[in-house]
Design a protein around this ligand. Structure first.
Ligand code: NAI
Ligand code: MG
Length: 358
């Protein structure tokens, strides 16, 4: 098969890590008999430099027409003084909106070989852990009306942000989470704040209705404050966590830090037709950009998610994940995951070892 992938290398370490990931896809194509066609487009700071805006209609069109989008990272101190409406991050929000990406999947998996980086005690982590956070991406307080008004208590200027969730939006993300759970360990924890928020009461009622469509899946609810605590107290109890945009933003960062290594974690954002944007969870790492030392694994694992979720290529995705696992088990490390005194590989050396494994 042939696949068209729009590639947004972006800023900072983006070009370094994405280049390695593209070579890995080429290798997978060679091995399994597929052809991946890449079309590179600008978004973020590099687009501001060239076009004056972070996201052009041309980039949007190419991303919409592609089978999938691979993204590095956008932003950096160079564009800190750009007015907020034109900042590099606007490119991400613009692409999410244009592609209708309503679910953000963030697996947080601890690789046994990197157990030392985990900030939680071994007796709590046990055999390691493997969580998938399904965060709703296009609703909630982020997309409500943001405004200011005069306080009705006489306390002066007051900021206000409207929080909304419709039954439709909750059903859409909820079903996606249950489908993911069916492919994993058949366990869903829905996280809300239904003791306080009306949006959460709609969320919980809707989840309770659709859970009956998936009788094989073990379902629980949890308040968000308890979930934040449980993730640290006993992370092994979770498999799929499904939650709204705001809680998901925070909990997915918390879950990922349990693994201790930001350079390792992939993500996928998908729309209703299964098309997705795949990117590492980390940013453009301006402090190490251009040095050739960034860890490319998060981006390479994002490609595995692309193969699995957008293209249905399970064996190919497994092959990438196994290659990464083998390289780590053999003790190969980039600087961010190396212990003191361990030999440190460059971005391209790590990429080459993963391709060799493939
Ligand atoms: P960051 O994730 O870029 O960096 C945080 C720390 O982790 C830095 O010390 C960095 O060197 C390290 N790090 C990140 N990725 C790494 C990798 N692959 N290998 C080795 N070390 C790695 O977050 P920060 O510093 O808060 O943001 C920097 C810029 O990136 C900002 O302009 C921010 O807005 C942007 N950003 C973009 C995102 C995106 O494009 N999706 C997401 C998060 C931040
Ligand atoms: Mg965040």
């Amino acid at each position: 098969m042939e696949y068209n992938i729009a590639v947004v290398k972006g800023d900072g370490i983006g070009p370094e890590i994405v280049s390695e990931a593209m070579l890995v896809l080429d290798k997978v194509g060679e091995k399994f008999g597929h052809k991946f066609h890449f079309q590179e487009v600008l978004a973020g700071g590099c687009s501001i430099d060239k076009n004056g805006i972070p996201l052009t209609d041309e980039t949007i069109e190419i991303c919409k027409n592609a089978d999938s989008v691979l993204l590095g990272a956008v932003g950096g101190p160079k564009w800190d003084d750009v007015p907020s409406a034109k900042r590099p991050e606007k490119a991400l929000l613009g692409l999410r909106a244009a592609l209708g990406l309503f679910v953000n999947l963030r697996p947080a998996q601890m690789h046994k070989a990197l157990a030392d980086a985990c900030p939680i005690k071994p007796e709590i982590i046990g055999d390691g852990f493997d969580i998938l956070v399904c965060r709703e991406l296009t609703g909630d307080v982020y997309f409500g009306k943001h405004y200011r008004r005069e306080s009705d208590k006489g306390w002066g200027e007051t900021g206000a942000d409207d929080m909304n969730y419709s039954v439709y939006e909750v059903e859409r993300i909820g079903r996606r989470a249950f489908e993911m759970a069916m492919k994993r360990n058949k366990k869903v924890c829905s996280v809300d704040k239904a003791n306080v928020l009306e949006t959460s009461r709609v969320w919980r009622e809707t989840m309770h209705r659709i859970k009956d469509e998936y009788p094989e899946v073990e379902y629980t609810d949890m308040y968000v404050d308890n979930c934040a605590m449980q993730l640290v107290r006993n992370p092994g109890q979770f498999d799929v966590i499904v939650t709204g945009n705001l809680f998901g933003d925070i909990l997915s960062d918390e879950a990922s830090m349990i693994t201790g290594s930001i350079g390792m974690l992939p993500s996928a954002s998908m729309n209703e037709s299964g098309k997705g944007m795949y990117e590492p969870i980390h940013g453009s790492a301006p402090d190490i950009a251009g040095k050739g030392i960034a860890n490319p694994i998060a981006t390479i694992l994002s490609c595995a998610m692309m193969l699995r979720y957008s293209f249905g290529l399970k064996d190919e995705a497994d092959a990438i994940e196994t290659a990464v696992e083998n390289v780590l088990n053999a003790g190969h490390r980039t600087a961010d995951i190396a212990a003191k005194g361990e030999k440190v590989l460059s971005t391209s050396e790590m990429g080459a070892l993963i391709r060799e494994q493939l």
